[in-house]
Each structure stands twice: as structure tokens, then as C-alpha cells.
Design a protein around this ligand. Structure first.
Ligand SMILES: [Zn+2]
Length: 239
């Protein structure tokens, strides 16, 4: 095992811990895979995250062979199928995040009620049909629900998110769970106002340059000279 691979294995375990600590998963229901040259690493089956060690992470190839002494998660089939079908994804993260799973049990898609849905590269998060966990049929359900997007709900089951790196994929899980929670809350308040296709196109365009904002700023030569107004003249009290 190279130092790079060991670092990835450690990051995978840390992400499982973070996912549970953030309330984005229950027990060991979640699982995570990361693409490597010629195959991928995936979390093992039946190992509590607190006891998981880097050696227990399972290396697999795309001929469905595993290496080492531990079995992969029972959901290795959809990890494999997604990594094969989606060269844009290096990381696949699955969890039973509560609000995502509530919507998944109602077989409800998440519509564009909040612009943040653009994080999945689309204006909807689709819910797949149901298939039993660990079966090839579940991959058949998940793949079309993920088409052109980086997340889907799994019917009566949970959620899958994809990304280029582990941190970005974890962040997307947080965002999708926010969107699910937000959608449920909006439904409870009444009828939300849907963003139009055109409005979402503007957001999707802006997301492509998010954090770069070309042409919106000019770099100043020196920091601004702030003028501090004393409290007696209506300014904030200084500490
Ligand atoms: Zn699951």
C-alpha cells in the first residue's frame, strides 16, 4: 500500500465518522468508494466506523474481484456500476440521511424550490424506484436516476451522491440533505414558489464560475482606510 493510498483509506474512515457526527447517516448504513487506477477502494461490510482501520478498507477491481481479508459493503455493486458508468465521478457516497430517506420513502423527487439544488448539476433530484439492497437491480434503478446529475434518492432506502473528491462529495451530501429537509418544511408551510427553468439556468451558469466571479472584482493596491466612528457619534462600541 502506497502512502497516498493509506492517506485515502484514512480519509475514507474520517469521512464515515464525520457523516455520522453530522447526523447524515445512522449506524453503519452508509458506505463510500473512491476510484483508484484500475479499480476502487470501498468501505467493508459489518465493521462499525469506530473500529474501522485503514487495512479493512477493501480494494476491488472492475471485474468484481476483491483483495484482502475483508468483504466489501453489501452495496459494492452500485458503487462499481456508478464508477464504471460515470467517469466524471471519483467518489460515491451513500447514506440513510433522514430527510432524504423520508422523501425517498414517499418516492418524491426534490424540485427547484431553492437555488442550491444547482449543486447537483441540475434543477431536480430524482428518486429511483425500489429494489432490495445489495442487488444488481438496485444499480439498474440508481443509474438512470443519477443521469446528468450528481445525486439521487434511492426509493424507500436513502441517498447517493457523487463527486470529484472526498471533501466535495461529503459537502454535496450535506447540501442534498439540507435540500430534502428544506423541501419537507416548505411542503408543511404550504405551496412553495418553484424556480423556473430560466431562473435555474442562470444559477447553473453562475455555479460554473462559483468562487471565481471573473470580472466582478478589481484587486486594490492597498487595503481600504476604514474610518471608525466613535459610539457617541452613532458608531459601534469598540471592544
Ligand atoms: Zn443503504
Amino acid at each position: 500500500m502506497t502512502p497516498d493510498e493509506l492517506a485515502i483509506r484514512k480519509e475514507m474512515i474520517a469521512t464515515c465518522h464525520k457523516m455520522n457526527a453530522a447526523g447524515l447517516n445512522v449506524g453503519t448504513a452508509g458506505n463510500l468508494s473512491v476510484r483508484l487506477p484500475g479499480g476502487y477502494l470501498v468501505t467493508p461490510t459489518g465493521v462499525a466506523y469506530e473500529r474501522m482501520t485503514p487495512e479493512q478498507i477493501v480494494a476491488m477491481d472492475f471485474d468484481d474481484r476483491y483483495y484482502g481479508d475483508f468483504y466489501p459493503t453489501s452495496e459494492w455493486r452500485f458503487h462499481s456500476a456508478i464508477l464504471k458508468a460515470r467517469p466524471d465521478a471519483n467518489v460515491v457516497l451513500h447514506s440513510h440521511a433522514l430527510h432524504c430517506t423520508m422523501l425517498a420513502s414517499c418516492r418524491m423527487d426534490i424540485p427547484a424550490l431553492h437555488y442550491g439544488i444547482a449543486a447537483v448539476d441540475g434543477d431536480i433530484i430524482k428518486c429511483s424506484g425500489y429494489a432490495p439492497f445489495g442487488t444488481p437491480e438496485l444499480s439498474v434503478e440508481a443509474l438512470p436516476a443519477l443521469e446528468h446529475r450528481k445525486a439521487c434518492l434511492l426509493g424507500n432506502h436513502g441517498v447517493i451522491v457523487l463527486g470529484p473528491t472526498i471533501p466535495k462529495t461529503f459537502q454535496l451530501l450535506q447540501e442534498v440533505e439540507f435540500l430534502a429537509h428544506h423541501y419537507i418544511g416548505t411542503l408543511m408551510l404550504g405551496k412553495g414558489v418553484m424556480l423556473s427553468h430560466d431562473q435555474m439556468q442562470v444559477v447553473l451558469e453562475r455555479y460554473k464560475t462559483y468562487g471565481k466571479q471573473p470580472g466582478e472584482f478589481q484587486r486594490a493596491e492597498a487595503p481600504p482606510e476604514y474610518q471608525i466612528i466613535p459610539p457617541e457619534r452613532g458608531g459601534d462600541r469598540l471592544p
